[in-house]
Design a protein around this ligand. Structure first.
Ligand SMILES: Nc1ncnc2c1ncn2[C@@H]1O[C@H](COP(=O)(O)OP(=O)(O)OP(=O)(O)O)[C@@H](O)[C@H]1O
Length: 309
């Protein structure tokens, strides 16, 4: 488990990470989301001791990274797929890592097999595609069979098979009790794999919750109801505290009321229902609500600026 307390990173003209306090739990994939420049990579680098915090701390198993006895066994990371010697082959790169950490050659072969790099294993890395370098980065992250795995944008560059493989791999790791932190701009992928989601914006924590909670807290979640007595039902639901939006015909959208209660109110009022369905927002919709107006680099801003000229 990772414990982050009041973690802050200030650059001369920028607070990249602002007083962040959170835990990253074992046995779950945690999606790490946020607009460009939100502070995700800076946080990940501070977890790994690659950047010193201005304030606050990160503990991995109750110790900072630099105090870990056998760090490769505690935490593994894919941060930058290009941080490798391009003249090495995957096999040489992983052997170098394994030797430094006293791991067996068999572990190198296991990782090459796991990441599907068998055919390219002896080619120089400079001949690899981005997706192949990502696979190698994942192999490096997992070689020590660490308890915690940090993957910064791991889906980038992967083909369809690679994406499916990585989905399964991250979920399997969590099932084996590992803490898996995955940053990604691909909301669909995060929705598929994550049990928990952390959202940063402008360096600050704006959400840290499990997916169920996230769905429940959503402003955009509602129950869709179809009935030939919409206005009557509307009044009955509003009198019990629901927020109701009507299209003036047979459809109404109900917020702030459980689907079961809506059905019961319709039943006691003898109002027939032709549809009663819960609309579950996608993670992308939830994320958009949470981060609205908090982006440093918004495409709408760019459009507005262009229009102002
Ligand atoms: N070495 C540095 N010096 C000055 N500012 C920096 C430095 N590194 C990062 N920043 C700034 O800190 C902020 C957070 O950057 P970071 O790379 O952590 O964001 P991110 O959430 O990973 O973004 P992205 O999704 O675009 O990768 C940005 O505004 C960035 O410009």
């Amino acid at each position: 488990m990772i414990e982050i307390k009041q973690l802050t990173k200030k650059y001369t003209d920028k607070v990249a990470v602002d007083n962040l306090t959170l835990d990253i739990h074992s046995g779950v994939v945690t999606g790490f989301l946020g607009p460009n420049g939100a502070g995700k990579s800076t946080t990940m680098r501070m977890i790994l001791g690659l950047i010193d915090p201005t304030k606050g701390y990160v503990f991995i198993d109750k110790k900072p990274y630099c105090k870990l006895d056998n760090p490769i066994n505690k935490i593994g990371a894919l941060i930058d797929a290009d941080a490798v010697n391009p003249r090495f082959s995957a096999r040489q790169h992983l052997t170098f890592m394994a030797t430094a950490a006293n791991l067996s050659k068999a572990r190198v072969e296991e990782m090459i097999f796991l990441t599907g790099l068998e055919k390219a294993g002896d080619k120089p890395i400079k001949e690899y595609s981005f997706g192949m370098r990502q696979r190698l980065g994942i192999a490096g992250a997992l070689i020590g069979d660490p308890d915690t795995i940090i993957l910064d944008e791991p889906f980038n560059g992967l083909d369809v098979d690679g994406i499916k493989w990585l989905r399964k791999l991250t979920m399997d790791l969590a099932l084996r009790g590992k803490a898996v932190l995955v940053s990604s701009h691909l909301m669909g992928e995060v929705q598929e794999i994550a049990g928990r989601v952390i959202v940063l914006a402008r360096g600050q924590l704006i959400a840290d919750m499990d997916m169920k909670e996230m769905n429940q807290r959503s402003l955009s979640g509602y129950v869709q109801v179809k009935t030939n007595r919409a206005q009557e039902l509307r009044r009955a639901l509003e009198s019990k505290g629901a927020d109701v939006i009507s299209n003036g015909k047979d459809d109404i959208q109900v917020r702030n009321m459980e689907i079961k209660k809506i059905g019961e109110i319709a039943f006691v009022n003898n109002i027939p229902l032709y549809e009663l369905s819960k609309y579950q927002p996608t993670l992308e919709q939830l994320y958009t609500e949470l981060t609205k107006g908090r982006e440093d680099y918004s495409s709408n801003n760019t459009k507005k600026k262009r229009e102002e000229k």
